[in-house]
Design a protein. Structure first.
Lengths: 124, 110
């Protein structure tokens, strides 16, 4: 006995009803709604807990007891080293000066005299 | 306290990435939802995409790299112990990782 398949409208109605019953979204044309993004779990808490937390920093201790005049020896040494380097003229370059130097070097290496001249005209 | 991990610049960068991702995650997901939703007007979706592009580069979750907690090595990491393979071996042999034992297939025959 041959059976006729149900009409398309009936199937659609069924799908709509099913979606309503099971609390699903009725989306017959398969439009991308972006719900996938909303369903995703937030990864922040798991991601930030990978490395063991440093419980307390030296800075926190020194700030906590200002009356004891505690000194972070490593930090003091670092600042002293920087000051020493600066006195010898070996400090960090000024902002932007490295870039200029690099361009100049590139032009010199290529022996490109027109470019070199134009750069010099711009910068000097 | 483990200062050794914090000294590695790559680890420090990774920590920064993780913190930025956690901080910007919610708003990024909102923008992502707008861009992926085809039912919204094209202009709004484009604007959301532009906003996504304007986030700092450390806000992307794919920039996160699982590094060895002990040495900061970026390759050969066991996710469970968060250690690289060599540190895992050292610690396992030392008995620091519970439930891990060196395999021994040789049977003792009298």
């Amino acid at each position: 006995m041959a059976t006729t398949p149900p009409a398309k409208s009936v199937l659609n109605a069924l799908a709509k009803l099913r979606a309503k019953l099971f609390n699903n979204v009725y989306n017959p044309t398969n439009v991308r709604t972006g719900n996938k993004v909303l369903r995703q779990r937030l990864i922040g808490p798991t991601v930030t807990s990978w490395y063991p937390k440093q419980l307390i920093k030296v800075r926190e201790i020194t700030d906590m007891f200002p009356e004891f005049n505690l000194v972070n020896q490593q930090e003091k040494q670092r600042l002293e080293d920087i000051a020493k380097r600066k006195r010898r003229g070996k400090g960090a370059p000024k902002k932007g000066s490295i870039e200029k130097e690099n361009v100049l070097q590139l032009a010199r290496r290529k022996n490109n005299i027109p470019i070199l001249k134009s750069i010099l005209r711009i910068h000097l | 306290m483990n200062f050794r991990v914090l000294r590695n610049a790559r680890v420090r960068r990774d920590i920064k990435t993780r913190e930025t991702v956690a901080a910007t995650e919610l708003i990024r997901q909102a923008y992502r939802y707008i861009t992926r939703n085809e039912q919204l007007p094209q202009k709004i979706r484009q604007q959301a995409q532009l906003m996504l592009n304007s986030f700092p580069r450390y806000a992307r979750p794919t920039a996160i790299k699982n590094r060895c907690v002990e040495t900061g090595r970026g390759r050969g990491i066991f996710r469970d112990s968060r250690l690289c393979r060599y540190q895992f071996r050292l610690k396992a042999l030392n008995g620091d990782i519970p439930g891990v034992k060196k395999a021994d297939d040789l049977e003792y025959v009298e």
